[in-house]
Design a protein around this ligand. Structure first.
Ligand code: NIG
Ligand code: FE
Length: 432
């Protein structure tokens, strides 16, 4: 049979496929779907029209298929493309000076309360204009993709006015249209209260509910881009100095009424009860979870929501308050990992680094970390049926790791082992 591309002779091929079409939980997270398991036969994958059409021992695939193009993956590992389900990739400027303050002991919430933090990036972002936002974000997305990311979520949240939030959506959309990485949009107008509403935070919630959400949803629905098969999401930062549970509920409910999928930043520093509320409104994911209680963890385990943990944030803030990812898995939650790339709490562009930290400080094993960056991360975005694993019929988003075993991704750190990034069946990037 003819096909477009064969990647053959790989030392290992891990599918990350889930047995039940949902995210992996509990013991299943320790299984990466190593197809050569036991027999150590070199593995291969065949691709046609951007889709995976066959996976198996290299000799069989090479005998069955005649490929237009081929890649020799001898000594290397074939993995699903990584999914980054939580980023704030669009913004202007940086927060290097604040980072130095944090190194001297000033807390993240102290800086936010004093009108810095998210608000300082808001000022830079409002002043930048769409073209500059896209230009500044493009190298970030390039780097993320060079590090293996084939699908990435990007949030607004540094506009914090009707005009500026819509401008951020347009910037994300322009970036998405000109970049090989798939991009999903999330409206995070409720990231914090902007200075104009400092004395009237509920006035800002009114603006988000009555104007920003409806107009953002209308903009999204009029936009013809193909990947609108995936709805936009609506996120809120539920935290002291941001939004309380009642405000967050109003925002997520308003989003839902306009077709936006609920997501939440919750339990980063303070457990306010946001997990219970988010599950009531049907959140697709609950993200951060550094201080989540055992009761809320049990609620998450009973729900369909994915628990997205962000160890690069804890690392960057020099804290030791890591989400109890070990307990999340052991209690049966669907756990995913993300970079949370943003200028304030995680200027991180490497999912492999998040795996490295999660293994060392959150006691994940490497298989759990990889599943958390692939199939479970895809489910945190509601696209686990299309991407996140290597299975026949799925989108051919694949990375080739320059190591004979997937565990090297989390074992080594400080470099980049991703050699090929294949997007929709075509080579999008080659490193080295
Ligand atoms: O996910 N915690 C709130 N939001 C972002 C940080 C945003 C910022 O500091 O600019 C986060 O950590
Ligand atoms: Fe975030």
């Amino acid at each position: 049979m003819n096909c477009d591309l064969i990647i053959h002779s790989a030392a290992q091929l891990v599918t990350c496929a889930s047995a039940n079409n949902g995210p992996k939980r509990g013991h299943d997270m320790r299984d990466v779907g190593d197809i050569a398991n036991g027999n150590h036969l070199p593995a291969a994958i065949a691709i046609s029209d951007g889709q995976i059409i066959a996976i198996g021992p290299s000799d069989d695939i090479c005998a069955d298929y005649q490929a237009k193009h081929s890649i020799d993956a001898s000594g290397k590992t074939i993995c699903p493309g990584l999914i980054d389900p939580h980023t704030h990739l669009i913004y202007a400027g940086d927060r290097v000076a604040e980072w130095e303050m944090k190194l001297r002991g000033v807390a993240y919430l102290e800086i936010l309360a004093a009108g810095g933090g998210i608000v300082s990036t808001m000022r830079a972002t409002r002043a930048a204009g769409i073209a500059a936002l896209v230009a500044q974000a493009k190298p970030r997305l390039d780097t993320l993709m060079r590090n293996g990311v084939t699908t990435c979520e990007i949030k607004t949240g540094y506009g914090l006015s009707l005009e500026a939030e819509l401008a951020m959506l347009q910037a994300i959309e322009q970036l998405a249209q000109t970049h090989p990485c798939d991009v999903l949009l999330t409206l995070l107008a409720a990231h914090t209260t902007p200075p104009e509403f400092k004395t009237d935070p509920n006035g800002y919630v009114d603006l988000v509910v009555e104007q920003i959400i409806p107009q953002a949803a209308a903009w999204f629905n009029q936009n013809a881009r193909a990947n609108h098969a995936t709805p936009m999401a609506c996120d809120v930062f539920c935290e002291n100095h941001a939004f309380d549970v009642a405000q967050a509920r109003r925002i997520l409910m308003a989003g839902k009424q306009h077709g936006l999928t609920p997501k939440i930043h919750v339990d980063q520093f303070t457990s306010l009860g946001g997990v219970e509320m988010a599950l009531e409104v049907g959140a697709l994911s609950c993200d951060h979870l550094d201080v989540t209680t055992a009761d809320d963890r049990a609620r998450l385990a009973q729900s369909s929501a994915v628990a997205v943990v962000l160890p690069a944030v804890t690392f960057h803030l020099g804290s030791h308050q890591f989400a109890n990812a070990r307990a999340f898995i052991d209690d049966g939650c669907a756990l995913a990992l993300s970079t949370d790339h943003n200028p304030g709490s995680a200027p991180c562009l490497s999912p492999a680094l998040t795996m490295s930290i999660a293994c060392r400080y959150q006691k994940l094993n490497p298989a759990e970390a990889l599943n958390a960056c692939t199939i479970n991360a895809a489910h945190a975005l509601g696209i686990g049926n299309k991407v996140g694993s290597l299975e026949i019929g799925k989108q051919a988003d694949i990375i080739i790791i320059n190591a004979p075993d997937y565990r090297h991704l989390a074992y080594q750190f400080g470099g980049n082992l991703v050699q090929y990034v294949i997007k929709n069946g075509a080579v999008a990037m080659v490193n080295g």
